[in-house]
Design a protein around this ligand. Structure first.
Ligand code: BTN
Length: 285
C-alpha cells in the first residue's frame, strides 16, 4: 500500500503538539497530519508495523473509508469532524495472551472516552456523557423523554503479532459541525457546533485530548486502572439503572445496567442474574 505524502502540521496542531509534549514531559509523542486518508486507523496501523513509537498520532481532514464499530461506515467529510488515531503499546506486550489484548483494548476504549469527554468539557463547556463501550453522547431531557445524541465515537483495534507483541490503534471521531454526520441520523446525532453555537478550538481540543490520553496511559501502566475506571463511571450516568437488551447465543436478554467491573465489562442484572458483557452490541432502551 502506498503511504500518503507527508504534510506539514497546520499551526494549531503544531501548537497542540508542543503544549502536550511540555505538559506530559514526553518527547516521544508525535503528531502527523494528512489532508486525506482512507482511515487514520489504517495509517497508524501501518506506522505501528514499521516500529512507530507509542504516542504516534495521526489526524486527517477527511477520511474516504472511515469506519466505526461492527463494520459501520464513519462519515468523514472534510473540515467537519476530528478524525484522529493514536498508537498504544501496552506495557505487558511481551507474551501477551489474546485475553490480555482484549482487556487492554477494552480499557483503552474507556480511557479514550474519559479523555475525550474531559477535553470537550474543558474546551467548550459541554457536558459529554459516556455510553458503554464507546459512544460520546449528549443527553437531553425533552417532554417526550430522555434523548441521547451521539457526538462522537471510539474505535480501538487491538492487534496481536504472534504471541510476542501487540499494539492497540485507538481511533477517535468527534462531530465538530453538523455536516460531520449524514442527514438521515439527524434524530440520533449532534455536533459541537449545534450544542455550543460554535466549533471548538481544534488545537486546544487536541492538546487536551493528547494530555488526557498520555496521563491515562501512565495510570494504566502503573497498575492504577481503577483511577481511569472511576473517572469513566463519573461521566457515564447510563451505566447504572438503565434498561438495555442484547443478543446471546441463547436468545435476546433484557436487564438493568449495574456499572462496569475492573476489566471494563458492562454488568447487567437480568432477573437477578448479573451478566458480564465484554463485547458485542448492546441496545439502550
Ligand atoms: C463508532 O462510534 O462506531 C466509532 C467511530 C470511530 C471513528 C474514528 S474517526 C478516526 C478513526 N478512523 C476511523 O476510521 N475510525 C476512527
Amino acid at each position: 500500500m502506498i503511504d500518503e505524502p507527508f504534510e506539514p502540521l497546520p499551526p494549531d496542531l503544531a501548537a497542540a503538539l508542543a503544549h502536550a509534549r511540555a505538559a506530559c514531559g514526553d518527547r516521544s509523542l508525535s503528531l502527523q497530519y494528512r489532508s486525506e486518508v482512507t482511515s487514520t486507523n489504517d495509517v497508524v496501523a501501518r506506522l505501528a508495523s514499521t516500529g512507530a513509537a507509542e504516542g504516534t498520532t495521526v489526524i486527517a481532514d477527511r477520511q474516504t473509508a472511515g469506519r466505526g464499530r461492527h463494520g459501520r461506515t464513519w462519515h468523514s467529510p472534510p473540515g467537519a469532524g476530528l478524525y484522529m488515531s493514536v498508537l498504544f503499546r501496552p506495557a505487558e506486550a511481551a507474551g501477551a495472551p489474546d485475553s490480555q489484548v482484549d482487556e487492554d483494548t477494552a480499557l483503552i476504549t474507556l480511557l479514550a472516552g474519559v479523555a475525550a469527554s474531559e477535553a470537550l468539557e474543558a474546551t467548550t463547556g459541554l457536558r459529554v456523557d459516556l455510553k458503554w463501550p464507546n459512544d460520546l453522547v449528549v443527553e437531553k431531557q425533552d417532554p417526550g423523554g430522555l434523548r441521547r445524541l451521539k457526538v462522537g465515537g471510539i474505535l480501538a483495534e487491538g492487534v496481536a503479532i504472534g504471541t510476542l507483541l501487540h499494539h492497540v490503534v485507538l481511533g477517535i471521531g468527534i462531530n465538530l459541525r453538523p455536516s460531520a454526520y449524514p442527514p438521515d441520523i439527524r434524530d440520533r446525532a449532534t455536533s459541537i457546533e449545534e450544542e455550543v453555537g460554535r466549533g471548538p478550538d481544534r488545537g486546544a481540543l487536541v492538546a487536551h485530548l493528547l494530555i488526557g490520553l498520555m496521563q491515562g496511559r501512565a495510570e494504566l501502566q502503573a497498575g492504577r486502572a481503577h483511577v481511569v475506571l472511576q473517572r469513566w463511571r463519573d461521566r457515564a450516568t447510563a451505566s447504572i439503572g438503565r434498561e438495555v437488551q442484547w443478543d446471546t447465543p441463547r436468545g435476546r436478554l433484557r436487564g438493568l445496567t449495574r456499572g462496569i467491573d475492573e476489566s471494563g465489562a458492562l454488568l447487567v442484572d437480568a432477573g437477578g442474574d448479573v451478566h458480564r458483557i465484554v463485547a458485542g452490541e448492546v441496545t439502550w432502551l
